[in-house]
Design a binder for this molecule. Structure first.
Ligand code: SAH
Length: 250
């Protein structure tokens, strides 16, 4: 049933379990969805797969649910980080939402020389990513990190993680061509610059990293959010779980 609510919880999910939902979730089920005793919903926690549950107690201040059965087992998901320079306004929230849908495992804002946004509301990013994960039927939530300086991130870059660097300046390989050279799966990250682009010294620093794979996203200059979605989607199609086909949704 497509309208069955689907919520993320932190609690362990196991047969016979009973869960008191968080306040805002209780409010959503009771006052927005207008569900009562006996209504079913789905829960996931990123560890125990997806479970069907039924509401067994509703009061003014809380909604309790009883776990019925596991409907999907936990499965491994692509290990794909999104690193992006925060942008202004609502589009940064859209980045978190779409990164959630496109299967990013971690969302990491990075501060670059030309980043004009000082403060990033990571709580709001996490809420957007969470809502997207609940709606798109994924079994995990992306982890949202506090912003870090680009230099710091590059200096501590993990040896075993490739960096798909969206480089709009000169001579980067077309993205599809670059990804066709790589084996599916593995640990990856996508890196997108700010609206003003990376500075020449940043570009050099990123390109100097042995794990860096500089790529072009074609002949048009994309806005940072568009570039992020395009790169995540192409990675999923070439190396990620889009290769496995659909999820059998009804
Ligand atoms: N340097 C630009 C704009 C940057 S666009 C300017 O002239 O103002 C924001 C980011 O999106 C870039 O830093 C890059 O990471 C990515 N991007 C946008 N269009 C791209 C393209 N055609 N190829 C590769 N990356 C692109």
């Amino acid at each position: 049933m497509a309208t069955e609510p689907r919520l993320h919880v932190d609690t362990d999910l196991k047969a016979g379990g009973e869960i008191a939902l968080e306040k805002d979730q209780a409010h959503y089920l009771r006052n927005v969805m207008r569900l009562g005793h006996g209504a079913t919903l789905k829960l996931f926690n990123g560890r125990d797969g997806e479970w069907r549950a039924a509401i067994d107690h509703v009061s003014k201040s809380r909604v309790d649910v009883a776990l019925l059965d596991q409907v999907r087992a936990q499965a491994e998901e692509p290990d794909l980080w999104l690193l992006f320079a925060p942008i202004k306004g609502k589009r940064v929230d859209t980045i978190a939402e779409k990164a959630g849908e496109l299967g990013a495992s971690e969302i990491r804002p990075v501060l670059t020389e030309r980043t004009v946004v000082g403060r990033v509301n990571t709580e709001r990013l996490a809420a957007n990513a969470r809502e997207a994960a609940e709606q798109c039927e994924r079994l995990t939530l992306p982890t949202v990190h506090e912003p870090q300086k680009l230099e710091t991130v590059i200096a501590a870059w993990p040896e075993d993680r490739q960096l798909l660097f969206a480089d709009e300046r000169a001579n980067a390989a077309p993205i599809a061509e670059a990804l066709a050279q790589c084996c599916p799966g593995g640990r990856w990250a996508v890196l997108i610059g700010p609206e003003g682009g990376f500075s020449p010294s940043e570009q050099q620093m990123i390109r100097a990293l042995p794990q860096s794979v500089p790529v072009s996203l074609g002949p048009r200059l994309l806005r940072a959010d568009t570039a992020a979605f395009a790169a995540l989607a192409l990675w999923q199609a070439h190396l990620g779980d889009w290769r496995n086909g659909d999820g059998g949704f009804e």
